[in-house]
Design a protein around this ligand. Structure first.
Ligand code: GTP
Ligand code: SPV
Ligand code: MN
Length: 608
């Protein structure tokens, strides 16, 4: 037994003891995957620095210049393991109807057999880490626990930042808490004589959820949502099913507290598809005098109706796994300050001084860059220095705008549905009520981004920004939203809004400056909630008066373009919505067919 193993064992025995079910499960997986050793992770600073040193020694992490970027690292993935793999993501419910038309369904027994073959001996030559984690504060009223087994040290260090790990979680499990079993392997066993690589992975990937047994099996990828199983696999896909069964919601949403000059707090949740602006909005520093934002979460929110008739939310994560490109002191100063130290960067460029760089960080790239693949970067070659889905992993407490009560539940006042739309969708529209709001959420469409494999810039429906993340039938998700709404006090329920920061003019430039200027839209929403701001009714919902959102440098003509509801575009759009609903099948809630019928009538009436 190494010193390290010994220390872990001592810590564990001090920690109330490992329950039999957990110990037996770990032993069974270890017997099947055959790692060289098993390490129980408790997340002490000593464990963290030992693992960091190990990964640096193995070439899996590059330590950044401590004078410029203390306690920070760069990881470079292999070029074909850079994002989520939606085509290899499976929902294995007993009935295909429970996975619904938007998920890849596989029959559970067949998938188990396939996985069993893939996982046999897959951890040979590697260490199996046992990482108990809590989503939400350990023991918190909305929190849930799980255990990730992984043979990736990079995943362990990332999970340490993104979740609450440690012996207290084992105590929760020992105390009878339900826990999610999550098994991850990079799928690259090391046989005697094999040389390891900087980023082991396997071209054959599986991201598999078994919703009924609350299990996750992930094989072949080391990247982001594929490998940090607490995030998309648990906190969205499995948790959405737990929420369906238990009367709450697990959503792909940012969570923030907007504070007005008078000191009134408005809690806002926002569902935007991947790489469509959640992190940036969550860390907004308004240019508007007197307004402030406190960051509560940037990617996932769990929402539950309270006894008071309001909808309460927590961010179950403890860190941010955010998009690096486009992040600068101009667009997101809070993030830049947050990334000053203690950050793992993945697939960004490396400077000659041992610091990081990505497109958008500065106007001109520094000389002597090494690109994300590890090659000298040629500025004229037309390829980016950082991968478009390059990311940072950092603890939430590092964020200068982080709320002090991050992780605690807050009452939600407004819900935003966003997306990337070059045309059609105005800057902001207000829903007429809960059912109309659910319709806006169900019909989100957005241009695809580099957050997942495949082509970018293709408009697709991404209902509630949950297309890749809902663990059950998409129409049942909408029905669940409707049912949650019925349980809320109509006066206290969140107001709902559709927003679009990405409308373009004919020269294809963004019409709206975005980023800090998005505060103007939030201030209008706060004004609506407070019963102070005015609005113009349109066929698709209320929009602000141009004067209420006027931003410096945005001409009156642009403002009117931003707020335009174009008849031709909307006649086309509503038919695309109808097509999408048509493909969802018989489970479409009647309330949503009624909303669609009403939308058609309103558009026809308004435009003749
Ligand atoms: P995930 O982590 O993938 O879920 O992404 P996200 O929704 O948190 O998106 P994020 O805030 O990281 O933004 C993604 C990209 O959009 C970045 O390159 C940003 O610079 C850019 N972006 C964010 N907000 C705005 C905005 O208001 N206007 C414009 N033009 N771009 C924006
Ligand atoms: C997303 O794609 O929505 C992300 C990044 O937040 S990942 O964790 O890789 O899914
Ligand atoms: Mn996301």
């Amino acid at each position: 037994m190494t010193m390290l193993d010994q220390r872990h064992e001592e810590k564990l025995s001090a920690a109330a003891g490992v329950p039999d079910a957990l110990a037996e499960w770990v032993a069974a997986i270890a017997a099947h995957t055959r790692p060289d050793r098993v390490v129980w992770w408790t997340g002490t600073p000593a464990e963290v620095s030992t693992l960091q040193d190990e990964l640096v020694a193995e070439g899996k992490l590059i330590r950044l210049n401590p004078e410029l970027r203390p306690e920070s690292f760069l990881a470079r993935s292999t070029p074909d393991d850079v994002a989520r793999v939606e085509s290899r993501t499976f929902i294995c419910s007993e009935s295909p109807a429970d996975a619904g038309p938007t998920n890849n369904w596989r029959e559970p027994a067949g998938m188990r057999a396939e996985l069993s073959a893939r996982f046999a001996g897959c951890m040979r030559g590697r260490t199996l880490y046992v990482v108990p984690f809590s989503m939400g504060p350990v023991g918190g009223p909305l929190s849930r626990v799980g255990v990730q087994l992984t043979d990736s040290g990079y995943a362990v260090l990332s999970m340490e930042i993104m979740t609450r790990t440690g012996a207290a979680v084992i105590a929760e499990i020992a105390g009878g808490a339900d826990w999610v079993r999550a098994i991850h392997s990079v799928g690259a066993p090391l046989l005697p004589g094999d040389e390891d690589v900087a980023w082991p992975c396997n071209p054959d990937k599986y991201i598999v959820q078994f919703p009924e047994t609350r299990e996750i099996w992930s094989f072949g990828s080391g990247y982001g949502g594929n490998a940090l199983l607490a995030k998309k696999c648990f906190a969205l896909r499995i948790a959405s099913v737990q929420g369906r069964d238990e009367g709450w919601l697990a959503e792909h949403m940012l969570l923030m507290r907007l504070i007005s000059p008078e000191g009134r707090a408005f809690h806002i949740a926002g569902a935007f598809p991947s790489a469509c602006g959640k992190t940036n909005l969550a860390m907004l520093r308004p240019d508007l005098p007197g307004w402030r934002v406190e960051t509560l979460g940037d990617d996932i929110a769990w929402l539950r109706p309270g006894a008071d008739g309001r909808l309460w939310a927590i961010n179950p994560e403890a860190g941010f796994f955010g998009v690096a490109p486009g992040t600068s002191a101009k667009t997101n100063r809070a993030a830049i300050e947050m990334l000053a130290s203690h950050t793992i960067f993945t697939n960004v460029a490396l400077t000659a001084e041992g610091d990081v760089w990505w497109e958008g960080l500065t106007d001109t790239p520094p000389a002597g860059l090494t690109d994300w693949r590890g090659n000298a970067w040629d500025a004229d070659a037309g390829t980016p220095a950082a991968h478009p889905n390059a990311r940072f992993t950092v603890a939430a407490e590092r964020c200068p705008t982080a709320a002090e009560d991050i992780g605690e539940a807050v009452p939600v006042d407004a819900i935003l549905f966003g997306g990337r739309r070059a045309d059609t969708v105005p800057l902001v529209t207000e829903a007429r009520g809960w059912e109309h709001g659910v319709y806006l959420g169900a019909t989100i469409a957005s241009e695809t981004t580099a957050a997942a494999e495949g082509a970018t810039g293709v408009v697709r429906r991404d209902p509630f920004a949950m297309l890749p993340f809902c663990g059950y039938h998409v129409a049942d998700h909408w029905a669940h939203w409707l049912s949650i709404g019925r349980g809320l006090d109509a006066e206290l329920a969140p107001r709902m809004y559709r927003v679009n920061w990405f409308r373009r003019d004919t020269e294809r430039g963004f019409l709206w400056p975005g980023f800090t200027e998005n505060a103007r839209v939030l201030a209008w929403i706060a004004g609506r909630i407070a019963g102070e701001a005015e609005a113009n009714e349109t066929a698709i919902g209320a929009v602000p008066l141009a004067s209420d959102i006027a931003a410096e440098g945005v001409s009156a003509e642009r403002l009117s373009q931003l707020l335009t509801v174009d008849p031709v575009e909307w006649r086309y759009e509503v038919e695309r919505e109808a097509e999408f609903f048509g493909g969802v099948g018989g489970r479409l809630p009647v309330e949503l067919s009624a909303q669609l019928a009403e939308a058609r009538i309103r558009i026809a009436r308004a435009f003749g």
